[in-house]
Design a protein. Structure first.
Length: 319
């Protein structure tokens, strides 16, 4: 991925009056000559509104990653499914969120068609441990011995649809941040404090037990498959704001969909962040069974795109 700060007056792409002096032509010539790239795609232009590609170094390694925000052309087809590109990873992979099934090579899905179905996050709500993607005997138990309901749903979907594509995927951290503070009788989890109270998202995951991975070299090693959920922090980077309405950013689907981020525990009810039908973020009781499920995976660094421009009508296609 190449991000360029171009000079004023230089066209990004050709027009009827000027087909030669463009940024696209300059970058295409550079790519063919110096990095032996066959194709160059214009992904986005940051010249209006607040949509495009942004960068942050608020990661565990402080390495910069790039993420999509707002109304963007980040559609992609992989493994015969539609996906939206969330961001790059600290290992230069590309993180994707499920977006349905292609129709005639296009990805125009909305509502429940962007999910693999609906599910409760967990089968019980009356203990704070139930905000865990996996959990032990209590919130303070650092072992992850029991699968959540939603993990079972996602694992089954992956087993039935994605195992033949595992070689193209990387083992990344899926952060189920269960750090918390107390406020009276309420217990507020880390994402709540960052996104509701402070409006400061981060991609850092502070506790090893909450870093869900397959291998133990970069996390807890408790996952069976290379799949998880988006975090509320990633939703915030994409454009979602707690308590505000926005139906234009790319994660908006018109329905409730789960994230992996605990919200709070109050009145003996465990809640987890969701992306909501009005374009905001809100907490939902973990036993809510009508909330949609959108699996998240990450392509390995070096994955090649064979075609497409990223639009719904012409998604990027993984070679």
């Amino acid at each position: 991925m190449i991000i360029i700060s171009k000079s004023s007056g230089l066209l990004t792409v050709s027009t009827e009056n000027d087909k030669e002096n463009t940024l696209y032509r300059v970058v295409s010539n550079y790519a063919k000559r110096d990095i032996k790239s066959r194709n160059v795609f214009i992904v986005n232009r940051l010249d209006k509104d607040t949509s495009g590609i942004y960068t942050t170094s608020s990661t565990d390694s402080s390495k910069a990653v790039y993420y999509y925000r707002g109304s963007v052309d980040n559609h992609l087809i992989f493994a015969n499914f539609c996906w939206r590109i969330i961001r790059t990873t600290e290992t230069s992979g590309v993180k994707l969120i499920y977006d349905g099934v292609p129709s005639s090579g296009k990805c125009n899905n909305t509502g429940s068609a962007t999910t693999i179905g609906s599910s409760a996050f967990n089968s019980s709500y009356n203990n704070m441990k139930y905000v865990g993607y996996m959990y032990g005997s209590s919130i303070s138990d650092t072992s992850n011995t029991t699968n959540s309901t939603i993990k079972g749903v996602i694992d089954t979907w992956y087993k039935n649809n994605m195992t033949s594509y595992t070689s193209k995927l990387e083992d990344i951290v899926f952060c189920n941040d269960r750090s918390y503070t107390t406020s009276g009788s309420s217990l507020c989890f880390g994402a709540y404090n960052r996104l509701v109270s402070n409006k400061q998202p981060t991609l850092k995951c502070q506790n090893t037990r909450d870093k869900f991975t397959v291998n133990t070299n970069n996390g807890n090693g408790d996952l069976t498959y290379l799949v998880g959920l988006i975090t509320a922090n990633e939703s915030a980077y994409a454009g979602a704001v707690y308590g505000e309405l926005d139906k234009t950013f790319y994660l908006y689907s018109g329905i409730y969909t789960w994230t992996l981020s605990p919200y709070y525990f109050e009145y003996s009810v465990a809640t987890v962040f969701t992306n909501s039908p009005n374009g905001g973020m809100y907490g939902a009781n973990v036993t809510s069974s009508s909330v949609g499920v959108r699996p998240v995976i990450s392509l390995k660094s070096g994955t090649i795109l064979s075609s497409g421009s990223g639009t719904a009508a012409s998604p990027f296609v993984v070679e």
